[in-house]
Write a protein that binds this ligand. Structure first.
Ligand SMILES: Nc1ncnc2c1ncn2[C@@H]1O[C@H](COP(=O)(O)OP(=O)(O)OP(=O)(O)O)[C@@H](O)[C@H]1O
Ligand SMILES: [Mg+2]
Length: 466
């Protein structure tokens, strides 16, 4: 067997100290540099949301690094200072016992996967034979270990959680995969769990099993960004649900028509019974009873509509208005950017906190911002939206001013009517939702405008008790 590779620094022969550089050294250096370059590029791509390209570049980098290491490992111990200090955590592990089992099964022509499936006890037995023989500097940083000795030893003792992924390793080896790659959670010595991308070029012979090189890239920050994005996307879909609610509202409004028609019919019938020369009070009473029943039916539909519009129980909490507005604005960031709109949010000095239901306030802000962005879509630049909050008696008043088309005086109150829209694809419920949400707080919502120079929407919310 070749000498076990190590990541220790050893004097490297150079032309300067009189020895001849080993042929192929330039290629190895280039491979090392390429591998190192792949890490930031791969992480950048991942950060940009291009998981496929990011993953591919990271895999290429680790593949090249490992191939370079293996190439050297065959002829001499790994002594490259660059790799010792590589930004990737590198572990060298001895999987000889696993290799013996897999290679002998293969030599006998047996189905390796079937054998492991029939002997599940092998996983635990073999897991306990795997040893960590070396790690590089990054591994110390990554795990929080002060000394290498903390990390050298039986894999099952040093990284107990490896038991959970061991079957996956064996399955990949049994299948004869060229590369093992999986996401894992690795616990640092201080207990912190980190998300990692684990890769290794899987060995073909016993020597390779004895010197398995495993690389680990910490992708926790990337995963955290992904999780944050997922939350924002969920919130955004909630905002767009407001538009869907518009369609639902239309169908419910349709539903309310029939009880209203019945109210009219029954009320007219009651009037006719009463206007007879000899009024028939029994019939009139029956007809009025039916009117009440139909009116209640209509009220139910309206209640349902309001519930759908506002979507959740009203739970006001104390909020810093500027923060709440900014985080709501994030939900329509894409639309604002598409409209090339600049958003400014500020509060006058002394603006108190508000008592508001965060999800309703979000609906108000997102709908007003979407309208503003749409109103400015054809305006010359700069397209600006200024949100200003200030104290107003017992309330906080918020103004949302844009530099869009503005609103003609004869439309300034009509725009709040449900289904009033001047847009080709508008449902006309945005402002109706806003008004319902503001009124649920006991506040008011209205608009002012200088046509051609922009519109300003004003709403009030109760200030939180001092
Ligand atoms: N910032 C604004 N500037 C100019 N006009 C506006 C502005 N905001 C609203 N409007 C007018 O008010 C109308 C009603 O707005 P509302 O948000 O209720 O519905 P919509 O935007 O047309 O459709 P949707 O409900 O699907 O968003 C709009 O069609 C538009 O004519
Ligand atoms: Mg709208």
């Amino acid at each position: 067997m070749a000498p076990a590779p190590s990541l220790d620094v050893a004097p490297t022969p150079t032309a300067a100290d009189g020895t001849t550089p080993r042929p192929g050294r330039a290629i190895e250096r280039a491979a090392t540099l390429l591998a190192l370059a792949c890490v930031p590029v791969g992480l950048l791509l991942l950060g940009d949301g291009d998981a496929l390209a990011g993953g591919a570049v990271l895999s290429l980098g680790t593949g090249v690094a490992i191939a370079a290491l293996l190439a050297r490992g065959r002829s001499e111990a790994i002594r490259d200072r660059d790799l010792r200090r590589a930004g990737i955590s590198i572990w060298i592990e001895d999987w000889t016992e696993v290799g013996k089992v897999i290679l002998s099964l293969r030599a006998e022509g047996r189905d390796v996967q079937a054998h492991f499936a029939a002997h599940p006890e092998l996983f635990d037995q073999l897991h306990r034979t795997v040893r960590i023989t070396d790690v590089n500097d990054s591994t110390l940083d990554f795990t929080g270990a002060r000394e290498k000795s903390r990390l050298i030893g039986r894999l099952a003792d040093v990284v107990p959680a490896s038991a959970q992924t061991f079957e996956r390793w064996i399955a990949a080896m049994a299948r004869g995969d060229r590369v093992y790659r999986s996401e894992s959670r690795v616990r640092r010595l201080d207990g912190e769990l980190r998300d990692c991308l684990v890769t290794a070029v899987l060995p073909r012979d016993l020597e390779g099993f004895g010197n398995l090189l495993v690389s680990i890239i910490d992708i926790s920050d990337y995963k955290a960004d992904q999780a944050r994005l997922a939350i924002i996307e969920r919130e955004a879909s909630r905002a767009s649900r407001a538009a869907t609610v518009g369609v639902l509202t239309a169908s419910i409004a349709h539903e309310v028509k029939s009880p209203l028609a019945a109210v009219v019919t029954n009320a007219e019938a009651a009037l006719r019974w009463l206007r007879r020369p000899a009024p028939d009070l029994v019939e009139a009473e029956a007809a009025i009873g039916a009117v009440v029943g139909d009116a209640l039916r209509a009220r139910d539909v309206v209640d349902r509509t309001r519930l759908l519009l506002t979507n959740a129980p009203h739970t006001p909490a104390e909020l810093e208005i500027v923060d709440a507005i900014r985080s709501a604005a994030l939900l329509v960031d894409r639309e604002l950017r598409a409209a090339d709109a600049i958003l400014r949010v500020r509060a006058e000095p002394g603006t108190p906190r508000v008592m508001a239901d965060v999800s309703r306030l979000r609906q108000v802000v997102t709908n007003l911002l979407l309208n503003a962005a749409q109103a400015m879509a054809d305006s010359p630049r700069p397209r600006e939206i200024l949100i200003r909050a200030q104290a107003d008696g017992e309330d906080v008043r918020v103004e949302v001013a844009d530099t869009g088309t503005g609103i003609a005086p004869d439309r300034i109150t009509r725009i709040f009517e449900p289904f009033y829209s001047t847009k080709e694809d508008g449902i006309g419920v945005g402002l109706a939702i806003c008004r319902a949400c503001v009124e649920a707080h006991g506040g008011r919502l209205w608009a002012t405008s200088v046509p051609g120079a922009g519109a300003t929407f004003h709403f009030t919310l109760p200030a939180a008790p001092a």
